[in-house]
Design a protein around this ligand. Structure first.
Ligand code: ATP
Length: 237
């Protein structure tokens, strides 16, 4: 069974037709890159999956269950966790308290502690800064914290919206390494990126969307070698 199946999805914002029959699949254990230019509909796709916008047509199934119309809070509890663009850490709360918030819906406090310890193991920089205010972290550290908080929620499918945004190349590579490790431990990932080069290094497969519809799909290697992708998203060959 696929982790996520989107079939024929349409989203309208008033007169704007943002998604036009979009279909894509994320298999269990896969990292799937969703690529496209500004305004192509990448963020809208994630928002529709996590219940933040209501599609006008199409189907979304998560682990075989129809989730269209479900509340965002219910979708999170199913293990489908969205890390939105722009990081959004709580700037006046400590790193540790930001992580604790990721576990707000988890009843078992011992499990929350185990998950936070795992995040500190995966992201030692956060452990060193556990008492520091979120807003004083560097951009890369804030991105790590946003991902760490999502891990405390207990995702089986993680939706990541442009985690490389605004980060220096070395930091982008570090963030991508962390995503790869999270995936290696069994979490499927739908990764929205404008940085196609970085995304295709860790993705198994990818989709390119334009004007709200998929125009190209293939394995990460196929997409890297595709002349159209190279020209439009990799800065030429
Ligand atoms: P970017 O990389 O710039 O974030 P994107 O691929 O994520 O782009 P979306 O944010 O999904 O694109 O936007 C798709 C289209 O829908 C765009 O034309 C955008 O202007 C429009 N849109 C997005 N959100 C809204 C909204 N709340 N109200 C009206 N139009 C919207």
């Amino acid at each position: 069974m696929a982790a996520l199946e989107i079939d024929g999805l349409d989203v309208h914002y008033g007169g704007v037709h943002a998604l036009r029959g979009l279909s894509l699949t994320v298999g269990e254990g896969e990292v799937v890159a969703l690529l496209g230019n500004n305004g192509a509909g990448k963020t809208t796709t994630l928002s529709a999956v996590s219940g933040l916008v209501r599609p006008s047509a199409g189907r979304i199934t998560y682990e075989g269950r129809d989730i269209i119309g479900a509340k965002a809070s219910a979708i999170v509890r199913l293990g489908l966790v969205h890390v939105p663009e722009g990081r959004r850490v709580f700037s006046t709360l400590s790193v540790h308290d930001n992580l604790l918030l990721g576990g707000y819906a988890v009843r078992d406090q011992a499990e929350v502690k185990r998950r936070i310890d795992r995040v500190y193991g995966l992201l030692p920089r956060l452990a060193e800064r556990a008492g520091q205010q979120g807003g004083t972290l560097s951009g890369g550290e804030q991105q790590m914290l946003a991902i760490g908080r999502a891990l405390v929620t207990g995702p089986r499918l993680l939706l990541l919206d442009e985690p490389s945004m605004g980060l220096a190349p070395l930091v982008v590579a570090a963030v991508m390494d962390v995503i790869r490790e999270i995936n290696a431990e069994g979490t499927a990932v739908l990764l929205v990126e404008q940085n196609a080069r970085a995304a295709l290094k860790i993705a198994h497969r990818g989709y390119v969307i334009e004007n709200g519809a998929c125009v190209l799909t293939g394995t990460a290697a196929d997409l890297r070698d595709d002349a159209r992708v190279a020209e439009a998203y990799l800065g030429g060959t």
